[in-house]
Design a protein. Structure first.
Length: 327
């Protein structure tokens, strides 16, 4: 079941496949299902929530969308804007790189490069939306975004024969986490533990959980730029009180190694942000959580959200490995 149509319009996302991964199952020692969000029209799960928000804004008379993005949220918003026939300005930080800019322009977006990290780009986007009729499409912190992302879990319920023992997701700003929690509540799976994966240097959710309040990182130092929100959404912390959320922080090298291994195993290239979730499975962390009594043993099955990401190609993967001294 997809997100509910807005104003009678079909959602922009597709029902993504759920496939068992034999290599990941072998690595974890239990059945692992992949929710393949990398096959979405914009290349990532972002189209679910952002498409939903854009449709709602268009119905209410929006004349111009503005989105701040590390890449994938902007691509989702640009895709939705094109489908709706509305103009869009996407503000990206310099860390997003030329691929993201080119892809956004190909979708018809006007692109503005501003600042070093997403937080800088977002401050510029807030200035732009002061123009009458222009509407901010936040990449992760909006109830309609979470509502759209919740469709992912409803699809899981339709695809799986039984409730999974855990769901593994990557956390950047917390929009996907909020959507997954909403979805788990909708299908009656709120007791399923969520493993929230971040990379060191973009681990604002982990720091917030530890402190019991929102924490702003001094800078984003991780290569997983799409996880680069210096402060997570307040809703992400609320989610940790509503469901069992276990935070796991992986090193950049582990995330990039997981990207490479996943490419070999499943013939799919994803971004390091997605590699953070995959690294939790490849690195033995789930088994460690079981031995610590934080996860049940045995696990019946695990779902990993392969969140995708368009801002990656082989030359960039090689450059990341070189940058991290992995060659």
């Amino acid at each position: 079941m997809a997100a509910q149509p807005v104003g009678g319009q079909k959602p922009f996302h597709v029902v993504s496949p759920v496939l068992e991964s034999l290599p990941l199952s072998k690595a974890v020692g239990t059945k692992v299902f992949m929710k393949l969000e990398n096959v979405q029209p914009s290349g990532s799960f972002k189209i679910r929530g952002i498409g939903h928000l854009c449709q709602d804004a268009a119905r209410k008379g929006c004349r111009h969308f503005v989105c701040s993005s590390g890449g994938n949220a902007g691509l989702a918003a640009a895709y939705a804007a094109k489908q709706l026939g509305l103009p869009i300005t996407v503000v990206v930080p310099s860390s997003s790189g030329p691929i993201a800019v080119r892809k956004l322009e190909e979708l018809g977006a006007k692109v503005e490069v501003y600042g070093k990290v997403w937080d800088d780009a977002n401050s510029r986007a807030q200035e732009l939306v002061k123009t009458e009729g222009w509407v901010s499409i936040h990449p992760f912190d909006h109830p309609l975004v979470w509502e759209g992302h919740a469709s992912l879990v409803r699809e899981l319920k339709d695809s799986l024969e039984a409730k999974p023992s855990a769901v593994v997701v990557a956390v950047g700003g917390g929009g996907l986490l909020a959507g997954v929690v909403a979805g788990l509540h909708q299908v009656g799976w709120q007791d399923v533990p969520i493993i929230a994966a971040e990379t060191q240097g973009a681990h604002s959710f982990h720091e917030a959980l530890k402190a019991g309040r929102l924490v702003t990182l001094p800078d984003i130092t991780s290569v997983a730029k799409c996880l680069g929100a210096k402060t997570v959404a307040a809703r992400a912390l609320e989610c940790a009180r509503e469901c069992r959320v276990i935070s796991q922080v992986v090193e950049d090298t582990e995330a990039v190694r997981a990207v490479e291994r996943f490419l070999d195993d499943e013939r799919m290239l994803v971004q390091p942000a997605c590699g953070a979730a995959l690294a939790v499975l490849y690195s033995g962390r789930l088994q460690r959580l079981q031995s610590e009594g934080r996860l049940p043993a045995p696990l019946a099955s695990v779902v990993v959200v392969v969140c995708g990401g368009s801002n990656i190609h082989m030359a960039q993967l090689r450059a990341l490995k070189s940058q991290l001294g992995m060659e």
